[in-house]
Design a protein around this ligand. Structure first.
Ligand code: FDA
Length: 325
């Protein structure tokens, strides 16, 4: 249930002038241009972080709009190479047309994944709301079956279906299964998802356990202490961690610039001290870097989709000691 404070923050923010929203979102969005995103990554490289880059924008209304994303992501891959960045890319399948035309959407995504494969680069398909969960997973399985193994999806701990999805992906992809696991940002209907905080944490941790047990590559995307602590315990149990060889029986040589079987992932601007602590302890830690002209629409849409973000952002500003960038 969303509290009155979150609703109030959202109602207030959407009425604020654009400059104010920009000022607030500056911490979470690397900028409007690719150059600004590169500058942010160069700065954070000194911490030892690696990155995944997201061009802002989501569902499109005509297939022509997908071309913009295709071209922009090609520029992103060139920039990663030219600047020697330790980075891969994250894409929103609906921005490539998956909801309008699944066949053309798959074609667009395939083009990008093929180009990334030539650079030994990984492509993460962000997971959007439940309308595209099955189609997104299907895209990953199809591309793997075609020999493109440099692509993986995100699963959401809040969804009831997630453990079954891990089972299906395990069967289909075997040792090449490579996940990002997060709680899930979309407030989904209670018929298909957990809605209480503890249930969502438990669902996320259960998915993490299942992924490790199956020997998959696990990217844990969370800033929440109970999820991070759970992951650290799971690593210990599986004899994985900084300085240790990848113990997974099916590991093989490291691919696509990945870590020893796992990594932590965090959003730009959120819980910097925790990120730096994990990096200092030697854990591969990836920062999600969103940028793009659509920063305003992105910020407002995210707030409306999940008003609890409003509370977190307000808390970060009003009580900065709880959440430094
Ligand atoms: P929780 O929401 O409890 O946050 C823990 C603490 O972290 C908060 O108390 C606050 O201090 C801080 N915090 C978290 N989010 C914040 C924010 N936005 N602003 C300010 N402070 C914040 N979701 C999805 O559905 N599909 C996806 O593909 C992805 N991809 C993704 C990539 C990466 C790298 C991350 C880190 C997250 C995602 N997510 C996502 C979002 C994810 O599902 C989830 O909504 C957020 O990470 C928040 O959940 P936490 O586990 O961090 O816990």
């Amino acid at each position: 249930m969303v509290g009155w404070f979150s609703k109030m923050v959202v109602a207030t923010t959407v009425r604020m002038p654009k400059w104010f929203v920009r000022w607030v979102s500056r911490r979470y969005v690397a900028g409007a241009t690719l150059d600004e995103a590169v500058a942010v990554m160069k700065r954070l490289t000194s911490e030892g972080a690696c990155f995944t880059i997201d061009v802002l924008g989501e569902e499109i209304s005509t297939m022509d709009e997908a071309n913009f994303f295709l071209e922009e992501y090609i520029r992103v891959m060139q920039a990663i190479k030219q600047n020697g960045l330790d980075a891969n890319i994250s894409i929103k399948p609906t921005a490539f047309g998956l909801l309008i035309d699944p066949v053309l959407g798959l074609q667009n995504i395939r083009k990008l994944v093929q180009m990334a494969a030539e650079e030994n680069m990984f492509v993460r398909l962000d997971m959007e709301d439940h309308r595209v969960t099955s189609d997104t997973i299907e895209v990953v399985i199809t591309l793997h079956n075609e020999g493109l193994t440099n692509v993986g999806t995100v699963l959401q701990g809040r969804l009831f279906r997630t453990l079954a999805d891990i089972g299906d992906l395990e069967t289909a992809l075997g040792p090449h299964a490579d996940y990002r696991i997060c709680k899930g940002i979309y407030l989904e209907p209670e018929e298909i998802s957990f809605t209480a905080y503890q249930d969502i944490v438990d669902g996320t941790n259960a998915a993490i356990d299942r992924m490790f047990a199956a020997g998959a590559y696990v990217g844990v995307a969370s800033h929440d202490i109970p999820v991070i602590e759970h992951t650290l315990s799971a690593l210990k149990a599986h004899k994985m961690g900084p300085g240790l060889d990848d113990q997974r029986p099916n590991a093989g040589p490291p691919r696509h610039h990945k870590g020893p079987g796992y990594e932590f992932q965090m959003l730009l601007g959120v819980r910097g001290p925790l990120r730096r602590r994990l990096l200092k302890e030697g854990h591969r830690t990836r920062v999600y870097i969103p940028y793009g002209e659509k920063w305003y629409e992105y910020s407002i849409r995210r707030l409306k989709e999940n008003p609890t973000i409003g509370t977190q952002v307000a808390k970060a500003f009003l009580m900065p000691w709880t959440n430094r960038p």
